[in-house]
Design a protein around this ligand. Structure first.
Ligand SMILES: [Zn+2]
Ligand SMILES: [Zn+2]
Length: 278
């Protein structure tokens, strides 16, 4: 049976304190910057294992995952569909409007202008997102945002957006999980991208079934139909919006949100996700 050694420090707690007060931020930063030996001693007494490769690790850049595994994250590179960002292993013929689209985008005409993800939902990133979402290691949001920050300038003109909006959870799902993973990511990106976060206006009014539990794309499209509403449309009128989520699967959810935002007056909706499944 695998024996995981519990990480010696309660990183979530530290992270939470850092977010809440400047005092705690300087408290922890000063201690960890001034006394790296303290970390070394703690690591020596309570060694932690990497949650991907299970090797013992020192306190690395990223919590729970060793530096070697973290560096193995494979970023998505061209060629990919100009609309949804799906990697394609051939150069498709441009359509009559000049864009190179995947089959799904030709067929379904997603309502967002473009969607991009930084890496495939596999290996290290899959494990890291699992830690984040299901084991509630919310400190991971900071590391994910750093990855997104490094890649974002190649994918988007960040000066173009008025708001960052995270994909909302339904109230009951939020209460069950205790947090919205997309909102935590968006909160980190707000500072890194210098784009205001716009919360509470876009709401999920239908408690939809999890998209991964559905088989066909048609089922997924129907599942999220009319699931979102904008409470104060005047606030998003003529705005360019960067929609943020953790995983892009078929794009049905973000396309439905884009449809809602555009019909309520938004000018453009682009999508930025951490990982791409499929
Ligand atoms: Zn590792
Ligand atoms: Zn596509």
């Amino acid at each position: 049976m695998k024996q995981f050694v519990k990480h010696p420090l309660n990183w979530e707690l530290i992270y939470d304190f850092k977010k809440k007060t400047g005092f705690w931020q300087s408290f922890w930063q000063s201690r960890f910057k001034m006394h790296p030996w303290l970390e070394s001693i703690i690591t020596f007494i309570y060694p932690a294992r990497c949650r991907c490769c299970e090797q013992y690790m020192s306190v690395g850049k990223v919590h729970y995952i060793c530096d070697d595994c973290w560096e193995q994250i494979e970023f998505i590179s061209e060629p990919y569909c100009e609309i949804c960002g799906k990697p394609i292993d051939f150069n498709p013929t441009p359509g009559h409007d000049g864009t190179q689209k995947c089959r799904w985008c030709w067929r379904h005409q997603p309502k967002f202008s473009k969607a991009r993800s930084i890496a495939s939902y596999e290996l290290t990133l899959r494990q890291a997102i699992h830690l984040f979402k299901y084991e509630k290691k919310i400190v991971m949001a900071k590391h994910f945002a750093e990855l997104m920050k490094d890649t974002a300038p190649k994918l988007f003109d960040l000066s173009d957006y008025n708001y960052i909006i995270p994909v909302p959870l339904h109230k009951s799902r939020y209460e069950e999980r205790g947090f919205n993973q997309s909102e935590l990511l968006a909160r980190e990106l707000e500072n890194l991208f210098d784009i205001p976060l716009h919360l509470g206006n876009l709401v999920r009014v239908k408690d939809t079934r999890p998209q991964f539990s559905l088989e066909t794309r048609e089922e997924k499209l129907t599942n999220v139909q009319d699931a979102f509403e904008v409470r104060e449309p005047e606030k998003i009128e003529w705005k360019n919006i960067l929609l943020v989520d953790d995983i892009f699967t078929t794009g049905a959810t973000v396309s439905e949100i884009a449809k809602t935002l555009l019909s309520e007056g938004a000018n453009r909706v682009d999508v930025f996700t951490l990982a791409r499944a499929g």
